[in-house]
Write a protein that binds this ligand. Sequence first.
Ligand SMILES: *Cc1c(COP(=O)(O)O)cnc(C)c1O
Length: 244
Amino acid sequence: MTPIYSNLQAVRERIFAASLDARRAPESVGLLAVSKTWPASAVCEAVAAGQRCFGENYIQEAVRKQDELAAMPGMTIEWHFIGPIQGNKTRLVAERFDWAHSLDRFRIAERLARQRPPELPPLNVCIEVNIDGEADKHGCRPDELAALAQEIARLPRLRLRGLMCIPAPVSGQEAQRAPFRRLRELKEALCAGGLPLDTLSMGMSHDLEAAIAEGATLVRVGTAIFGERARNAAPEASFKEDET
Ligand SMILES: *Cc1c(COP(=O)(O)O)cnc(C)c1O
């Protein structure tokens, strides 16, 4: 058994146990394997172990990996873009991904809508919320969320599915749960306002139990599946795409 296989099993068991603790059906929590910095062979191993959804942060690295995997038979993968989306990256995200989790500006959503190829189904999107109000963090401010969500929901070629957050790391389940609870309440408010959202993308290797306790429907797990990432791995080099 490879470590990826047994690590995946261990993560599935954590999800199962946390779901039961929260009195939720384990199938209501999806697992996104975050494969950033890891080679196509690692993704391949995870696919062999039954994993189907993968998250990537760096567009150039992701596209290279996707091309390598597309050449192998039986690789039916759902790709999720979870990194910050800058204007010069929207085209590849629109063309190459099934989901984008990190929308935080209308201008970027508009570009994705315009660039989503007509032959593909709508791009599933989540709005990233800066849930702790940290000054240097990505994500829209909670008080700007309702207006942004209404605007994005009206765009063609995108399907607004829910909210995503990356809270500041804290220890202890009670402290970990607080920002996840705020994200859930924000989603509930949007649903009450008429938006049919079904996704809370929250929880990573160190806090997935707290996220599941607060209603996560998709946990994004890298380290616990693939191992510790090398520091400064996979920088975005000097990649430029034209701004059309
Ligand atoms: C890297 C990353 C993850 C996975 O984090 P781990 O701690 O390795 O599980 C999840 N979400 C986002 C947005 C990431 O960038």
